[in-house]
Write a protein that binds this ligand. Structure first.
Ligand SMILES: *[C@@H]1O[C@H](CO)[C@@H](O)[C@H](O)[C@H]1NC(C)=O
Ligand SMILES: *[C@@H]1O[C@H](CO)[C@@H](O)[C@H](O)[C@H]1NC(C)=O
Ligand SMILES: *[C@@H]1O[C@H](CO)[C@@H](O)[C@H](O)[C@H]1NC(C)=O
Length: 422
């Protein structure tokens, strides 16, 4: 047991509401006792796999975020980067185990015990995301979409709303904010090379910058998030398997290339998906998050506050970013949108306990395959339908980029051949 335990690099798994124990996440763990009641996959409503990431001091925010997006159908990996102490990680694991009995019963939350570096630039954070995706594939082979959230994110719909609306969306779609229009940032974003010291020096979080630059790639096209930064993605299981299992070389080659990019999280999945013939037709150019920008836009969206409430809720977007810790807008979302009043998870159709101010209605449950959307679910459906239509007909997706590019290539070839004939 010990050897596999180290093989999996100290994954802290939560199995009961007793103090968290380090347990072997073997195949037995992949078959929780309630698996018979839970239907994922074809013909069932979707099951979602969440990665929630934070840094030092983010434990309480990650717990709140987890409870805001918790549903027994879903799977969760929580990752506090290496700058957080082990005791913060242990506290988080203990809080999660004690937060609601469903976590112990459905065994669907894991806290990463041996984290990757919290380097703000460099490849460590991408390594952390890929690792979490691999853990989710290994522990739970049955989810439909992988959703990455940060401690500064928060949902604006219930999981009942989200699962209900996504059950009507083809599972071949991926949601990635992307563009190949890098503009003046090309030199900084694409050509400059760095080495992330967090990869090979224990306890280091800085990076080294090469004095030389490398040419913009022409073996593949470089894609990144629109309006600077979008490391946050919603990817289907098929695409995650394609990236993690690597039977084609494209994901691996791009990973080697992105290892020396400043902000690989903002371009890796975008570039793999848009360069892949198999996946680029099904890429929706929208990361399904509400953001507000300064004018002119800064590198990160503004912190949301009460003045953003109406626009944010009316947008129908399932998630929003960025929020400060303890922002009062979060309480308003909890109360008005999510119906979360106590310290437990957002109540859904699965919660069958008594509803009163002193008890958590989700401490008892019934059929977890039934979801009951609320009013925000209607806005969400409209929002996702709009995103899908733009994906279908718009000129903004990477697919159309390639279609127009191939006609450009053709023209260039014609020009070249006419030049030769001269
Ligand atoms: C599912 O999609 C169909 C066809 O687009 C539509 O008629 C129906 O209302 C949708 N249902 C939900 C729950 O979104
Ligand atoms: C993607 O779209 C292009 C252009 O419409 C089409 O030629 C190609 O067959 C499609 N690929 C897949 C995998 O559907
Ligand atoms: C947020 O609230 C918690 C609990 O009330 C408190 O411990 C924490 O310091 C607060 N954080 C900030 C940034 O105000």
């Amino acid at each position: 047991m010990v050897s596999v335990f180290f093989l999996l690099s100290l994954l802290l798994l939560l199995f009961s509401s007793s103090p968290p124990r380090l347990r072997l996440p073997g195949p037995a763990a992949a078959a929780p006792s309630l698996a018979d009641d839970l239907r994922c996959g074809h013909g069932a409503p979707p099951c979602l796999a969440y990665l929630l990431v934070g840094a030092r001091g983010d434990g309480a925010r990650l717990l709140r975020l987890l409870l805001a997006v918790y549903h027994p159908r879903n799977r969760y990996v929580l990752h506090l980067s290496a700058d957080a102490s082990d005791s913060e990680r242990r506290d988080l694991a203990a809080w999660v185990a004690a937060a609601t009995p469903a976590v112990g019963a459905f065994r669907n939350v894991a806290v990463v015990g041996a984290p990757t570096a919290g380097t703000p630039v460099g490849s460590s954070s991408l390594a952390g995301t890929l690792r979490a995706a691999a853990v989710l594939l290994r522990l739970h082979p049955d989810w439909d979409w992988f959703i990455t959230l940060n401690a500064a994110d928060y949902p604006v719909v219930t999981q009942d709303d989200l699962i209900y609306v996504l059950s009507n969306v083809s599972r071949q779609f991926n949601f990635v904010d992307h563009t190949s229009d890098i503009g003046q940032k090309e030199s900084e974003k694409v050509q400059s090379m760095i080495v992330d010291a967090g990869i090979y020096l224990a306890g280091r979080t800085n990076f080294f910058r090469a004095s030389e630059k490398r040419p913009t790639p022409d073996a593949f096209k470089f894609f990144t998030g629109i309006s600077c930064c979008s490391p946050w993605v919603i990817l289907n299981r098929q695409f995650i398997e394609y990236c993690i299992l690597g039977w084609e070389n494209l994901p691996r080659i791009l990973l080697m290339y992105f290892n020396n990019i400043m902000l690989p999280q903002e371009g890796y999945f975008h570039s793999v998906i848009c360069n892949s013939l198999e996946f680029r037709n099904f890429t929706v150019n929208n990361d399904l998050r509400y953001k507000a920008w300064d004018n002119p836009p800064q590198t990160e969206p503004v912190f949301l506050d009460m003045t953003h409430y109406d626009k944010m809720v009316d947008s129908g977007a399932p998630f929003a970013r960025r929020f400060r810790e303890n922002e009062s807008l979060l309480d308003k979302i909890d109360g008005n949108v999510l119906g979360r009043w106590g310290h437990g998870p957002v109540p859904g159709a699965w919660c069958s306990g008594r509803k009163s101010w002193f008890s958590d209605p989700c401490s008892q449950w019934s059929d977890v395959n039934i979801v009951r959307p609320g009013p925000q679910g209607i806005k969400l459906r409209q929002y996702i339908n709009r995103a899908l239509e733009e994906g279908e007909f718009g000129s903004k997706s990477c697919r159309s980029k390639f279609i127009s590019d191939s006609s450009m290539t053709l023209k260039a070839e014609l020009r070249a051949s006419s030049n030769r004939s001269l």
